[in-house]
Write a new protein. Sequence first.
Length: 256
Amino acid sequence: MPATLKVGLQNVIAPFVMPGQQTGLLVDVLRAAFATQHIAADFSYLPNVRFEQQLREGKVDVSTLAKPEYKHKGFLSHWPVTHFHNMAITVRSRIPALHHLDDLKAYRVTAFGNARKVLGREYDAAMAKNPEYREPATMPSASLILNRTDVIISQRDIFLYYLSQQMPEARSREGELAFHDIIGPGNLYWLSFRSEQQRDAFERGIAELYASGEIDQIIARYQKEFGTTRDFFLPLDCQFRPAQAPKACKDIARRQ
């Protein structure tokens, strides 16, 4: 196994991946996990459509955007690693309640790139009938506060990160926002490796991070700086500490 593994990462999911700073919650956890096995990680930041090709061509050793149903040529982690629980986000005073996807047809909706493909048929069908729907390249969180859109579809931590970057003064206004859980269960992603040896080294490394408490220290840094929750790593918590969230972990187990 090479002393350095090439890892493919999504390029627009800060604070989990922040390419310009060579850091991010996912970046730091992967780097630390491999380091416990004396392996360095070299990160490549990719659009979603290039992951399968890059892994197939050997340009990356690890894909962080894999699922059992994908046709990746590689070795999947034995359990999912990351969790994207997307919500419909509104300014509470303007839209206090949303109950179903069909409610979105009446509003200007802005979603993350490729959302219609990622979020399933029901979401795709609902948005196909909305002339005020768009998927920009970068999450324009501030457009919600500025009333340039009515609803943003995003994972909560990603939305709040971009809001803090685009409107630093808006971070104190988080209480004005409403997060509507109408999109469905979160998307689970596995890691895919070019060899079993690489996969096993990663899984040993993650186990060591939990045993030592280092993963908690990494997450705590992001909680302090960006208000990031543990939700992104819910599958790992369920693998190593299922008693902390028994109901959520039962749901994760059913979907694997």
